[in-house]
Ligand binder design. Sequence first.
Ligand SMILES: NC(=O)c1ccc[n+]([C@@H]2O[C@H](COP(=O)([O-])OP(=O)(O)OC[C@H]3O[C@@H](n4cnc5c(N)ncnc54)[C@H](O)[C@@H]3O)[C@@H](O)[C@H]2O)c1
Ligand SMILES: Cc1cc2c(cc1C)N(C[C@H](O)[C@H](O)[C@H](O)COP(=O)(O)O)c1[nH]c(=O)[nH]c(=O)c1N2
Length: 193
Amino acid sequence: MNTVIKESRVTQSSLMKHKSKESFTSTAGNLTDMQQSFRDAMSKLAAAVNIITTEGPAGRAGFTASAVCSVTDEPPTLLVCLNRSASVYKFFKENMVLCVNTLGLEHKDLSGVFGGKKALEERFEQGNWSTLSTGSPVLEDASISFDCKIKLISSVGTHDILICEVLDIKHKPDCESLIYFNRDYHQLSKCKN
Ligand SMILES: NC(=O)c1ccc[n+]([C@@H]2O[C@H](COP(=O)([O-])OP(=O)(O)OC[C@H]3O[C@@H](n4cnc5c(N)ncnc54)[C@H](O)[C@@H]3O)[C@@H](O)[C@H]2O)c1
Ligand SMILES: Cc1cc2c(cc1C)N(C[C@H](O)[C@H](O)[C@H](O)COP(=O)(O)O)c1[nH]c(=O)[nH]c(=O)c1N2
């Protein structure tokens, strides 16, 4: 099936139809009140923590993401939101494949490594990695790994929304998850000890 890439840019002007221009114009480097309020609110939206990886003509890269969710199961599709200013952006845009590695309790430090604490070229020195069908790095002991082809990219403000068809899935038979909530990591486990 041909890959359909439609770039749809939602510009600042269309975002501002409900608000005056000032509320979206950050002063040099500082957040507007609305942006800070948004971040404070979003910090209370608990989310799974994932390491998103890619490998291909542009090379190998990976970053930590919590803005990941299911879209549809016809066909199985998920989305990842990626800040275009991230050093990893060009790798995903060129490779057009990725793997979503959902982290378990033991991956808190790895999340920091891929969250920017380590330079791009040092990140894969930690963790054990394999591949499924796209060649994107699969974290061996991840709770779940979704191997995907990026089918559509939509740009909104500072981020691109990567709409990804899931081609392969690897499950780890456990029941624990690393959660990011209130600007910190938490553990979720329903395993009976
Ligand atoms: N979607 C994202 O891009 C995203 C999500 C989570 C964390 N982060 C990054 O991790 C850093 C630490 O986050 P934190 O939760 O400890 O505190 P924070 O106050 O920087 O962010 C609080 C929450 O706001 C949202 N957020 C923050 N920056 C964003 C952005 N540029 N675009 C969209 N949503 C954003 C996220 O949901 C985040 O959890 C953030 O500064 C950001 O760089 C980015
Ligand atoms: C818990 C958590 C959650 C997220 C992030 C961080 C952390 C710690 N980061 C930020 C992202 O991982 C980081 O900015 C990238 O690694 C880019 O940094 P470099 O530009 O490569 O240094 C992030 N970035 C992004 O574009 N989308 C996202 O959903 C998230 N989510």
